[in-house]
Design a protein around this ligand. Structure first.
Ligand code: CP
Length: 309
């Protein structure tokens, strides 16, 4: 039984096939029988718009029955263990998609459910988003024909909290697929040893670098990427985070250091005027809605990979 909890849960060649499937799914939408008559549980411990809708639509389009479950509505909220919940779900369902706080939650569901489990974001990683972003860059730099060769050697810069799930996932995915990854943010939010552990356990050489100077980081960049400064669960640190991350806003001035053809990416939701200026967010450089759309195609391809490879 295959699961997708980290970027490295697919081999390089399997990931290439996942992207090829995503490309086919994007070209032709419609109902398929990849998981015909299967019921998949989509469990949310945290808020979501894109992940919820894209997985619900995607499971349906692959022939399955998506069951959206708020963790607050399950007995978990009243103390039932993950182990017992997962064992019960394993008796009813055919797959699980889980958005949780601690990464150990998705690992536990995988261990005890006996089902394929997809990580739909934990505090540590967001691999569905990073695969989607890789696919979006493949499309953009491949000029409509998405290939991994098109992104090889491209310089990718992530700004803001570089010790967060998106920074880690993009560093892992970028390293896996041959990109130059630079993480740029305040020293207090430098990646921890946890990131190197993900590289080591995934058998990928850590290729990322940390650059606290945002302008130096942007030099000759092909992609400028940012995410919210205050991730879900970090609301109490909001004022302090905004204060120290303000120099890392992605704006027109920063873009002057990047390549002429550089693009702006953001996993959304975005806060115009905070981590990104309104001007950049709405500019022709911004591919944010392609990223959002591609969640659907890429995740359908990830599910297909899990049940077919
Ligand atoms: N990017 C992302 O995961 O969006 P949601 O939080 O809306 O699912």
């Amino acid at each position: 039984m295959r699961s997708f909890l980290r970027e490295t849960d697919f081999s390089f060649d399997e990931a290439r096939e996942v992207f090829a499937i995503a490309d086919r799914y994007k070209k032709v939408r419609g109902r398929l029988n990849v998981i015909q008559d299967q019921s998949w549980g989509l469990i949310f411990f945290k808020k979501s718009t894109r992940t919820r809708l894209s997985f619900q639509t995607g499971v349906f389009e692959l022939g399955g029955n998506p069951l959206v479950l708020e963790a607050d509505d399950l007995q978990i909220a009243r103390g039932e263990t993950i182990e017992d919940t997962a064992k019960v779900m394993g008796r009813y369902l055919h797959g699980l998609v889980i958005r949780a706080y601690g990464h150990e939650v998705v690992e536990e569901f995988k261990k005890f459910s006996g089902l394929p489990v997809i990580n739909a974001l934990t505090d540590a990683l967001h691999p569905c988003q990073s695969y989607t972003d890789i696919f979006t860059m493949m499309e953009y730099f491949g000029k409509g024909t998405p290939t991994l060769e098109a992104i090889k050697g491209k310089k990718f810069v992530f700004y803001g909290d570089t010790a967060c799930n998106m920074a880690y996932s993009l560093a892992l995915a970028g390293g896996m697929f041959g990109m130059e990854v630079v993480l740029s943010g305040p020293e207090q939010f430098r990646p921890t040893a946890e990131l190197d552990k993900f590289f080591k356990e995934g058998g990928v050489a850590p290729t990322w670098t940390f650059e606290p100077d945002p302008k130096k980081a942007a030099k000759n960049a092909d992609v400028l990427y940012t995410d919210v400064w205050v991730s879900m669960g970090k609301e109490a640190e909001s004022a302090e985070r905004v204060k120290i991350m303000t120099p890392y806003q992605v704006n027109g001035e920063l873009f002057k250091n990047a390549h002429d053809g550089a693009i702006f990416m953001h996993c959304l939701p975005a806060h115009a005027g905070m981590e990104v200026s309104a001007e950049v967010l709405r500019s022709s450089k911004s591919v944010i809605f392609d990223e959002a759309e591609n969640r659907l195609h890429t995740q359908k391809a990830i599910i297909t990979g899990l049940v077919k490879f």
